[in-house]
Design a protein around this ligand. Structure first.
Ligand code: RIB
Ligand code: CA
Length: 310
């Protein structure tokens, strides 16, 4: 039976590919897409989610807009990575479909409380919506199978030397999530920086030849430039699809159970996921953290699922 999941995202080029991977994976039943402010403001992340659903003719997938800013901090966006629209590159038409009228925090809460079985949440942006739902209605904790998130890192930082973007934008939300008692699987930069769309992989996507595949290739080509200049990478990292892939096939990754805490105060380290790799604190395990990824198999999975789109 497919696993019920809710995507919570800030499209964003890699979020867009994550949506396509999730919706083409028979292992998952995507109950809906929730959007959050992150890479670009909420209005644009929400419009971009609709654009991707229309591109791939995902007419049955509902999109709900959520929180427009972090819980405490001012919103920090990433137009330098994703462009002004948040999905720069190929020219995607203005979506015809509208957002659902319901706020995504209401959608997440109501879906969790009413669904016949626990739901897996897959956040790939700042954790503001998830934290709001947990604070507003703690009862949902028993209805969440697990939270498999893209965010944080054991050793890296991409927004500061100490912090990854999704956590840095809303560290207070991340703190609530990691202290919630809900099982967390953390897919951090340590592994997503191994999931690079190298030229041969990009060509395999192009060679699919469909309209959707060619648009994805165009999005990746745009996404590539920032990572070439900033990191000298031979291809951009597909951060968010890694979180979806971890739900589809956990064997693509190696994990280690550990305690993860979020630094809130550090002048240099705010937003750090403090990963107790060697259990030096003795704090109880609250997460499974990805240590490695089988990148060739990840791309085989991704490309086989993208092949399903027209
Ligand atoms: O740090 C990478 C993460 O931040 C990705 O989810 C990207 O889409 C941005 O949200
Ligand atoms: Ca994202």
């Amino acid at each position: 039976m497919p696993l019920p999941v809710i995507l919570d995202c800030d499209p964003g080029h890699d979020d867009a590919v994550a949506i396509l991977l999730a919706c083409a994976s028979p292992e998952l039943d995507v109950l809906g897409i929730s959007t959050v402010a992150g890479n670009v403001p909420l209005e644009k992340t929400s419009k971009n989610a609709l654009k991707i659903c229309e591109l791939a003719k995902l007419d049955h997938v509902r999109v709900y807009a959520g929180m427009s800013r972090p819980l405490v901090k001012e919103l920090l966006t990433a137009e330098e990575v994703h462009g002004k629209s948040g999905l720069d590159g190929p020219d995607l038409p203005v979506p015809k479909r509208r957002l659902e009228p319901k706020h995504s925090v209401d959608f997440i809460t109501e879906e969790l409380l009413s669904h016949k079985e626990p739901i897996t949440l897959i956040p790939t942006g700042p954790l503001t919506n998830i934290a709001m739902a947990l604070v507003r209605e703690p009862r949902i904790r028993n209805h969440i199978r697990e939270i498999v998130l893209m965010g944080g890192a054991i050793a890296e930082g991409n927004t500061t030397p100490a912090a990854e973007f999704n956590i840095y934008v809303d560290p207070h939300a991340a703190d609530i999530v990691f202290r919630s008692g809900v099982p967390v699987t953390m897919i951090g930069l340590d592994v997503t920086h191994q999931a690079l769309v190298l030229p041969d992989r990009l060509q395999r996507i192009r060679d699919l030849g469909s309209h959707t595949a060619l648009v994805v290739a165009g999005l990746i080509e745009f996404f590539q430039e920032h990572h070439r200049v900033k990191y000298g990478m031979a291809g951009p990292p597909l951060h968010d699809p890694c979180a979806v892939a971890a739900v589809v096939d956990r064997t693509l990754f190696q994990f280690k159970k550990m305690h993860v805490a979020i630094e809130l105060e550090g002048r240099l380290t705010q937003g750090r996921t403090v990963c107790d790799l060697w259990n030096v604190t003795g704090n109880p395990v609250n997460s499974e953290v990805a240590l490695s990824i089988d990148a060739p198999r990840f791309f085989d999975l991704l490309i086989s699922r993208l092949a399903k789109y027209p």
